[in-house]
Design a protein around this ligand. Structure first.
Ligand code: GDP
Ligand code: MG
Length: 370
């Protein structure tokens, strides 16, 4: 993950390091001048001081692809994309598994569902939610650094038998930097030592005021082990999504973000893509990062072959000419010639950038004072 030393950050902003340390303290981050903080925390500090952070992305290259703005009339509601974050061992994976299991339509005996990095569930009230199956702050940060904002709602998991921990604070900062609303899931409420109110009080110190404390951040007591509260959590997410009025245009050529990709021995390069706008169809020609391809097959989160995938739908894409990277953006284009040209242009640009970077640190690329 991208980090920067506090002193260095202060230098770049032409501020006193002591003032930066003080500002961090206010955010609940205890760091000395010589310690490193992550990029999202740095962004909050930068904003606090009235500066602007520039994340170097493929912005220059993206201009190659013309993004046609959607006519508001063509927009339709789309499911929210949800990321679960929190301190290690507070139950992120358990929660993701419990939510998935509760919603798997038991088809095949044994119900062997393939892991594709994201999945969709339907709540009791009929709302569809897309979960990113990659808990972890590094993924969230690196995707954002690459220009892919693939989270609409963050579920912050805090174990009721533990406390607000460093990675809890980091997650809060990530969500804030990305301006993504949070829902607090107070997990492990089945444990005798559970004390949900202690968690709520501790969150106050980080300016997360939950509804139970008369704030506006929804909080739900859950247990990934017993399944208690999971339905309420899903409905809380659905409610938050409604407030956000998330929309997309299913009737345009698709764009999406790569969640994960690998070279599969039997199938060649495979990418799991979260469609963000438009509809991705079999036969579509696309560029994705420095790669391009033509959709040979699409597979949904249940491992079934599908002909198309609309907004917020995670899908496994076959038919790539190379393996893209997580965070790469996929755009459908008209012709193979176009796809190839853009991919080659990007490969060249990336080569130049790597050469130019030379001795420069990644952070110098990541941050610039505006
Ligand atoms: P992660 O590191 O945040 O992904 O946490 P895990 O999902 O791996 O959970 C860490 C440990 O806590 C595991 O031993 C889980 O079985 C346990 N755990 C997770 N959720 C619960 C819960 O709701 N109740 C209880 N009793 N244990 C839980
Ligand atoms: Mg885990």
């Amino acid at each position: 993950p991208e980090t920067i030393v506090v002193q260095e950050l202060a230098n770049r902003m032409a501020e006193r390091a002591a003032d930066v340390v003080k500002s961090l303290m206010k955010m609940g981050v205890m760091a000395t001048m010589n310690q490193s903080i992550d990029a999202d925390t740095a962004e909050l500090v930068i904003e606090e001081f009235g500066h602007k952070m520039v994340r170097v992305s493929d912005a220059d290259v993206e201009q190659v692809i013309e993004q046609v703005a959607d006519d508001p009339q063509d927009l339709q509601p789309r499911p929210p994309i949800v990321t679960i974050m929190g301190h290690v061992d507070h139950g992120k994976t358990s929660l993701l598994d419990a939510i998935r299991k509760a919603n798997v339509v038991s088809g095949e005996a044994g119900g062997i569902t393939q892991h594709i990095g994201a999945y969709q569930v339907t709540t009791e009230s009929g709302a569809v939610l897309s979960f990113l199956d990659t808990p972890g702050h590094a993924a969230f940060t690196s995707m954002r650094a690459r220009g892919a904002n693939v989270t609409d709602i963050v579920v912050l998991v805090v174990a009721a038998d533990d406390s607000v921990m460093p990675q809890t604070i980091e997650a809060i900062n990530h969500a804030r930097a990305a301006k993504v609303p949070m829902i607090v899931a107070i997990n492990k409420c089945d444990k005798p030592a559970a004390d949900a109110n202690k968690v709520r009080t501790e969150l106050l110190q980080h300016e997360v005021v939950v509804e139970a404390m008369s704030g506006d951040v929804q909080d739900v007591e859950v247990s990934a082990v017993t399944g208690a509260g999971l339905d309420q959590l899903l409905e809380a997410i659905a409610l938050q999504a409604e407030i956000l009025e998330l929309q997309a245009n299913p009737d345009r050529s698709a764009m999406g973000a790569v969640i994960e990709a690998q070279l599969d021995v039997g199938r060649g390069p495979v990418a799991t893509v979260l469609v963000q706008n438009g509809t991705l169809r079999q036969g579509d020609i696309f560029v994705v990062g420095e790669q391009w391809g033509k959709v040979r097959a699409l597979q949904n989160d249940q491992g079934e072959r599908v002909k198309e995938a609309g907004p917020s739908v995670p899908v496994e894409v076959l038919g790539l000419n190379g393996t893209p990277e997580a965070g790469d953006v996929l755009n459908v284009v008209d012709t193979e010639a176009q796809a190839r040209e853009i991919a080659e242009y990007r490969q060249e640009a990336a080569k130049d950038k790597r050469a130019a970077a030379g001795a420069a640190t990644t952070l110098e690329q990541l941050m610039a004072k505006a």
